[in-house]
Design a protein around this ligand. Structure first.
Ligand SMILES: Nc1ncnc2c1ncn2[C@@H]1O[C@H](COP(=O)(O)OP(=O)(O)OP(=O)(O)O)[C@@H](O)[C@H]1O
Length: 508
């Protein structure tokens, strides 16, 4: 059965159960079914009114979905897949220039917007269906659900979605993920983690970030509830903590950096949230420090570190983080491969092989051929991450290959210095960045440190730096020692909730 059918047919088993819950409103599975039905009719009408070329009709070109993380955006994504088209989620907070780059690269058949559009966006999107005030509610009161035609829904190797990543050059690359990729990921999520009845899963990652699929598909295919926390809530700590304290969440999904913010709130602990049973992390390194704090606050919760790039559909490895593991490793392992995936290490690089590897970069054969390839007939992807497999087949992450620099002739792995800096009790978080001259030669290593230390004057800051350097010198080679230390009370985060290294680089 395809995923859309699996999700929407839930409305027949338990129409009243909540599918999507936001701050002041909840929507049932029946409402989701009806909204998808109404939206699919509107989209069909609009597509029929366009004179499509034969190729456009046959190829099931993508539709761009522009909106916030809302019920209507979610319904529009499902309606698009129901009609057999892949969707491209673009968050409504995305700057105009980036949206324009994505729009131009993808050239979607139609844009569906769940928010009112500003004039420049209206001008950019040639053809937009604005569904902001769709009156789908008038259709939900009926006892009998209207039949849905699943015969065109995306299935097999057809594309389910295209998610645009920033890419190293700054030009977005559209990762084209198939229905099979997504189905395999969803099945793994539904079996390899805690299976909780009426699971209430945190949905906080923007739909334009592939961490969001950890919440959406496992929740909706098992009759769970998506507990949606909006971006407006997450960027305001007061609102965020109020919301967390007034809602029940069973499964947590986020980047470690987002968790770090939540752990600042003393009430974020097991005694106040006994129903919070499992935490799933992906997207960036889960440090021993963060995991330790979390296990202290939630001693009985199950904590999973998962790893994977957008190009391999969410995540491909996972491991449960236990107190024993925290004692054993200075840098946490990233796990064992999911079924259907094999991890290989070639020249120190993590290579993902198997059924999670996406189809490639949409309309970008050149970039696809650089990163995607075949190993013995199986699709494979160059992650650009360094790592190794230990004797038990457990994968360990050693940082991004492009974060390696040459400094004074030595090859240095910046994330290695960071993880050693983070061992110190007074260092909350650390990012080490190179300073380069106009010849692109590294002239200094700058350590940005997030600390709670208060410096009354320059002398106290210097004394602290001396202390940090002394403890760092116990674990790194002399040539790796940062040449400059900068102290911050918090780190900037990207829209996806990861530490924003580019923003920090501007301070180098
Ligand atoms: N558990 C983890 N531990 C360490 N690093 C991780 C983990 N999970 C993901 N990562 C890092 O995140 C990368 C994948 O992130 P993602 O696909 O979101 O792209 P990105 O490169 O961070 O973002 P963008 O492409 O938008 O610049 C991985 O290649 C890896 O470097």
């Amino acid at each position: 059965m395809n995923l859309v059918e699996e999700i929407l047919e839930k409305a027949k088993s338990y129409p009243e159960r909540t599918a999507f819950e936001e701050k002041d409103k909840a929507y049932s599975y029946q409402e989701l079914y009806c909204a998808v039905n109404e939206l699919s009719k509107l989209i069909t009408d609009r597509l029929v009114s366009k004179t499509l070329t034969d190729q456009e009709t046959q190829l099931k070109e993508p539709l761009l979905i522009f909106g916030k993380n809302s019920f209507l955006t979610l319904a529009a994504m499902l309606a698009t897949n129901l009609l057999g088209h892949p969707y491209i989620p673009v968050d409504a907070h995305t700057p105009f220039e980036r949206t324009a780059m994505i729009y131009t690269a993808a050239n979607p058949l139609l844009t569906i917007s769940s928010v009112e559009l500003e004039a420049e966006f209206t001008a950019l999107f040639h053809d937009t269906l604005v569904v902001e005030d769709l009156d789908w509610q008038s259709f939900t009161g009926k006892n009998v659900l209207p039949p849905l035609d699943y015969s065109h829904a995306v299935s097999g190797e057809e594309s389910a979605y295209l998610i645009y990543t920033s890419g190293t050059t700054g030009i977005p690359k559209g990762v084209e993920v198939s229905h099979n990729n997504l189905k395999s990921f969803t099945q793994w999520m539904n079996t390899a983690f805690l299976t909780l009845d009426k699971n209430r899963i945190l949905s906080q990652a923007l739909y334009s970030f592939d961490l969001s699929i950890f919440s959406i598909y496992p929740s909706l295919t098992t009759g769970g509830t998506l507990v949606s926390i909006s971006r407006d809530e997450t960027i305001n700590f007061k609102h965020l903590f109020e919301r967390l304290n007034s809602t029940v969440i069973n499964t947590w999904v986020s980047t470690p950096s987002f968790l770090d913010i939540c752990l600042l709130e003393p009430s974020f602990k097991e005694a106040t949230h006994p129903e919070l049973k499992q935490f799933i992390f992906c997207g960036e390194e889960l440090t021993v420090k963060t995991a330790h704090k979390l296990l202290t606050a939630f001693p009985s919760a199950s904590i999973f570190n998962t790893y994977g790039p957008t190009e391999a559909t969410g995540a491909v490895t996972s491991i449960k983080i236990t107190p024993q593991l925290l004692k054993k490793y200075e840098r946490l392992p990233i796990g064992y491969a999911k079924p259907g995936v094999e991890i290989k290490i070639i020249d120190n690089e993590i290579i993902i092989v198997g059924n999670s590897v996406a189809k490639g970069y949409y309309k970008n054969l050149e970039k696809t051929n650089i990163s995607f390839f075949n190993i013995a007939g199986q699709p494979a992807y160059h992650t650009g991450d360094a790592g190794y497999l230990d004797e038990n087949g457990l994968l360990h992450y050693q940082g991004r290959i492009d974060f390696q620099v040459k400094f004074n002739g030595y090859r240095i792995e910046l994330q290695d210095i960071e993880s050693n800096l983070q061992k110190s009790d007074s260092v909350e978080k650390a990012v080490v960045l190179p300073k380069t001259n106009d010849q692109h030669k590294v002239t200094a290593l700058v350590a940005f440190i997030q600390t709670n230390q208060k410096f009354v004057d320059k002398a106290s800051e210097r004394a602290f730096t001396k202390q940090v350097k002394a403890s760092l010198s116990q674990s790194i080679m002399d040539y790796m020692m940062p040449t400059k230390f900068v102290y911050l009370t918090d780190f900037p985060l990207t829209q996806n909730g990861k530490v924003d290294r580019k923003a920090l680089a501007e301070k180098v």
